[in-house]
Structures are given as C-alpha cells and as structure tokens.
Design a protein around this ligand. Structure first.
Ligand code: GLN
Length: 544
C-alpha cells in the first residue's frame, strides 16, 4: 500500500518547502522505506525550460531529459535517487493532458469539467509516480502558498485523494513564524490564518512545520496546537540552521517519522541516520578552507543576489569540498564586470579554483572568456560546465590556435570561425519557433580517453551524464585544437560529439570543461568524482 504525504506552504513562499519535503523523505528512507517525491508547479509553463533562471531559479534536468524545478534537485540529493519526468507537473502540463484526452474522445462523450477532471488527472499522475518508483511513500510538494488562486486545483486533488483513501493520505503545512525585531517575540497568528485558509479547502494539516529564525518553544507549540487543531507533538520546529543537510536529524529529534508512522499505523524498519550524522559533523567541523569563484551572470535580481540560479553547481562544489573535509568558501563573480573593467580580473588570483557554469546568450560572455584565459595562464584550477566548456574552447582557439575571431554561433551567428556551432537540427527548431523542450536533453553516454584526467577522476571508461544545450564543439576544428594541445578526453561514442576537454597535466594542474552538467548528479552522500577531483586540485594549488 502506497502512502501519500502532501506538503503545502503557508504565510509566504521561499521558506523551505522543498528542503522540508526532501528531509522528510530522507528520514523515512533512513527508517527503511522507499520514498519518491513529486513536485507540482502551479504556473502555466509546461516545464521550467522556458523560464529565465533569475525568474525561477535553476532548471534542473532529469535523466530522462525533463526540464524541471530546482526542488527535484533537492529530492535527488536527499533521497539519493534519480527522479524522472513522471514526478514533475505544472498546471500547463496537467491541462494539456486533459485537453488532449478530450480531443481523443478519452472522456467518452462526457462533459469535461475543471472539477473533478483536472484534480483526477493530478491524482493519476501522483499515483503513476508512486507506482513507477515502487514507493512506500510518495511526498507531493504543492508549489506556492495556500490562499493563492493558482494552486487551488492541486489542493483539491489532495482533498479528493484523502476522501478516496482516508488511511493513506496526510498533509503537512510548512509555515513561517516571524519574530518582528520591534517586539522580539515569535508570532503565531499568520500560521493560524494559514491553517484556516487551508481548512477552507477541506484540508486539515496533520503536521505543521514551523520555519523561523529561532526554535519554536513548547509554549508556542501548545498554542499552535490548540488554535490549529493538532497535537503539540505535531508542531515541528524548523529554525534557520547552518546546513540544510541537518534537517533530517533535526526532524528525527522531534520524532517526525514516528508521528507519521503512528498516523498510518506503521513502524520504523530500521534507524540508519549515521551517514547524515557523519556528513553534518564534517560540515560543522571543517576548518581548512578552499576558495572557489563562480563566474556567471544570473546573480542579480534588482537589488538582490540570487544564487538559486546555480543551486546544483553550488551544492556540487560543497559536496566536493566536504569529501576532503574542507570548508568551501564560494564567491559569486559577475562576468559582466570583467568586460567594463578588465583590471578587475586580477582579483581571480586570490581563488583556489574557478568555475564557469552553464548559461545562454551573449551577456557577459567576453568577461567569462577573459576569466578562463586568466585561469589558464595563471594555472588556477578551472572547471567549465556546458557553456563553460564552449567558452574555454573559444578562448583556446583564439589565444592558442591563433583564430582571433573564433566564436560560437549562439553569440555570432555569422562568425567565419564557428568553433562552437549549432547541433544538428537545432537551428531549424529555433527558426520554427520550437523552443520548449527541444534542446539536447537528459543523459547520454560518454567514453573517456585512456590516461586522461577525466578517466582517472571517474575511475571508469564509460560514464553517463545529463545534458541541456543547443550548441556543440565543431568537429571541423577538432584536429587543430588537438594539434595545439587541447585534449578531447570524453566523446559521445554514438554521436561522435566532444563531451570533455582538458589540458595536459604538464601544461596546467587542472583545466577541464564538460559539455554536460555533472552538478545534477552530485549527491551529498555521493559527491561527483569531477568535483572531488577539482577541489583536490584547488587544495593543492592553495598549498603551493
Ligand atoms: N548556451 C549553450 C548551448 O545552448 C550552453 C548551454 C548551457 O550551458 N546549459 O549550447
């Protein structure tokens, strides 16, 4: 029997529904159960692929090539499992299925209605995700906050599923408790209102997770319990903490899994939190530092810095650092600044490693290329991800191969030297206005060259990594690039595409570019080999 746990947000967004959902999942796994997580995004977009990262955060790519929400990345990191397309839905996707089924006479002449047909489609997707993962528990995170018009049909799905299977559905409200500085006291009223609003949709929360800057004390737990109609033990304190990977431990201290088991009439099968305890111990006790610069452009939103655009990259760097027991110090550097003020490039000398993550378009590109040149010339460990590989190839073609006008067709469509060019079929897709879901997406195999840095890092000949791009290294320049010393250390064996480039060890301590996104496959308890290898090189560079 599969159990379903819906996670909804109250008071405001951005308080950590994703981390809460992931942590509950991790905890249930530690207790011996199989878990999968579903993310529901209430917007009309069919997927996250058509949204600007500063608008929506990172686009997380699944093995099967879906462009999803960054929360799916959280689930993968906490559950240490691959989540596939069936676990992700948006309003756009749900309506599209309903309309397509109606067009195919799938409703057999009946009047198709918003309720119950749309929530029914949501429920069947949730059930399919559970079946696909053979999960004991399916956690379903509903995007947005209660009271928003957008997610009402998803709450309706939660209500209807509970009505159908009362013994196998629970709801968790993740709320926020402000501590206004003028009063210095934690206020519970907004949470009470959130619960009322949720009650208005026919849902009573079974657990209330209280996010706040501080710990929720017993007095307030009692108060929330009484006003919100739950036992005080079901009010869970989730204060701000140093690392999100501590949340499963924090929840375990408050017996979250036991409360869930009790409500479902179940018991823990085991209690294996040791790996999380070890990780958190490392994170909290790491003293030696490694300083990494992430040079990119999706940082600014108005007056704020939004590191969410690169969340998987950031997490993967951290995982790599913790694998060596060191503390990662990350600095965001805006590539555009190097274009207006090239003198600023010198600041890169203070870092032990430089990462250029993925990206699109022309903004900040020359700044990135200058940063890569700096890393190459000054022998600072460099890791280029996707666009970061493409720009490293452009830089190498310009500086080392002497092709001054080498470029990518993405920025300079008419360049005489497109060292990076459209992949087969991509140009046509774009010209026909087919942007959504049409890049090279998902996992592809890559064969590693004997003796290469990449091969040593992975310790394997054949690997599989996730992709999201329209452009690739132009095979016509392969010979020249290699002649001038660039090592093409990873190739797609069937499509003959360059997947990894690197510089030989006698030329540079660690200079690697990958056409894929290794960051999507890095897990806190299973750090990605390339990030581990990169940080190792950065530590060596630091000691020198
Ligand atoms: N813009 C580049 C491309 O489409 C790189 C994409 C990326 O970095 N994800 O090929």
């Amino acid at each position: 029997m599969t159990r379903y746990i819906f996670v909804v947000g109250g008071v405001m967004s951005g308080v950590g529904k994703g981390a809460t959902t992931s942590a509950i999942g991790a905890l249930l796994r530690c207790k011996g159960y199989s878990v999968t997580s579903v993310k529901i995004d209430p917007y009309i977009n069919v997927d996250a692929g058509t949204m600007n990262p500063t608008e929506h955060g990172e686009v997380f790519v699944t093995v099967d090539g879906d462009e999803t929400d960054q929360d799916i990345g959280n689930y993968e990191r906490f559950l240490d499992t691959n989540i596939t397309s069936v676990n992700y839905m948006t309003t756009g996707r749900v309506y599209m299925s309903v309309i397509e089924r109606e067009r195919a006479m799938g409703y057999k002449g009946k009047c198709v209605q918003v309720v119950p047909d749309v929530p029914n489609e949501v429920i069947s997707r949730i059930e399919a995700a559970g079946k696909n993962a053979k999960a004991d528990f399916v956690l379903i995170e509903i995007g947005g906050t209660v009271g928003e018009y957008e997610n009402i049909l998803f709450l309706e799905a939660a209500r209807m599923l509970k009505l159908r299977q009362p013994k196998s559905v629970l709801s968790v409200l993740v709320s926020y408790l402000p501590v206004p500085s003028s009063i210095g006291e934690m206020k519970t009223k907004p949470t009470q209102h959130a619960v009322r609003t949720l009650n208005g949709t026919g849902i009573q929360p079974d657990l209330i997770v209280c996010r706040s800057v501080r710990v929720v004390d017993e007095v307030r737990k009692e108060k929330i319990g009484v006003y919100c109609n739950v036992a005080a033990e079901d009010v869970i304190s989730a204060p701000d903490i140093q690392t999100i990977y501590e949340i499963p431990l924090l929840f375990d201290e408050q017996k979250v899994a036991d409360r869930i088991f009790k409500k479902f009439g179940m018991h823990a099968r085991k209690n294996d939190l040791a790996p999380w305890k070890k990780l958190v111990h490392t994170i909290k006790n790491a003293k030696r530092e490694v300083k990494i610069a992430v040079v990119g452009k999706y940082f600014a939103t108005g007056g704020f810095v939004l590191a969410d655009s690169y969340i998987s990259v950031i997490e993967a760097i951290k995982h790599g650092a913790w694998a060596h027991g060191v503390k990662p110090i990350l600095t965001w550097v805006s590539s555009e600044e190097y274009e207006t003020n090239p003198g600023k490039l010198k600041e890169l000398a203070q870092f032990d490693g430089i990462v250029v993550p993925g990206g699109f378009g022309s903004r900040g590109i020359e700044g990135n290329i200058s940063a890569i040149k700096y890393a190459r010339m000054h022998k600072i460990p460099y890791f280029g991800l996707c666009y970061g590989l493409q720009m490293a190839v452009i830089e190498f073609a310009r500086s080392v191969c002497g092709i001054a006008d080498a470029h990518t067709q993405e920025v300079e469509p008419k360049t005489p030297n497109p060292v990076v060019h459209f992949m087969a079929g991509q140009k046509e897709k774009i010209s026909n206005g087919k942007f959504g879901g049409t890049m090279r997406l998902g996992a592809y195999e890559c064969e590693l060259k004997q003796g290469s840095l990449a091969r040593r890092a992975y310790g394997a000949k054949l690997i599989s990594e996730r992709h999201r791009h329209r452009y690739e290294v132009n095979n016509e320049y392969r010979e020249l690039l290699q002649k001038k010393g660039l090592v093409l250390s990873g190739m797609n064996p069937t499509l003959d595409l360059v997947e990894i480039i690197e510089l030989p060890r006698d030329k540079h301590p660690w200079f690697v570019g990958v056409q894929f996104h290794p960051e999507f496959q890095s897990r806190p308890l299973r750090p990605h080999p390339l990030f581990v290898s990169f940080i190792k090189a950065a530590l060596v560079a630091r000691r020198a």
